[in-house]
Design a protein around this ligand. Sequence first.
Ligand SMILES: [Zn+2]
Length: 162
Amino acid sequence: MSDQHHARAEQLIARERVEGISQAERDWLSTHLQACANCAAHAQETEQALRSLRTAAIPLPAGLASRTQFRVQLRLQEMREREPKRRALWAACAVSWVFGIASAPYVWRLFQWFGERTGVPKLVWQLGFGLWWTIPALFVLIVLLMERVRQGGEPDWMRQSK
Ligand SMILES: [Zn+2]
């Protein structure tokens, strides 16, 4: 079989999909494809490529692009919202620590008074005073840990958008 035949077959395979071919051409092509394994494989590949293209094209107009865009916008908004929240968190921490330092003598006296009133051992109310001091630090630690965990869940968002 000459190269010309294969070239013609290749041309007909492409034209069949795009503009259509005549009955005579179709007959010639099917005869050639039965005799030529190479061209038959090429025809099959073309058919498969077109089919996958067609099936892949279905969800695309169904808003995949806009959905992805929506997610990106949502994410940007989330990041923008988180920034001031973090600043507010640090401000709250600073205030609580300053307040903690300023109120320490009074709190010490309060714990002392409470200890004397209830007869709780000195070590216990002193420990209570120490723990009271760590509460803001613990609070910050918990918030930061929660944020870390939430950030760890981000790949979920990435996976969903695919
Ligand atoms: Zn051929």
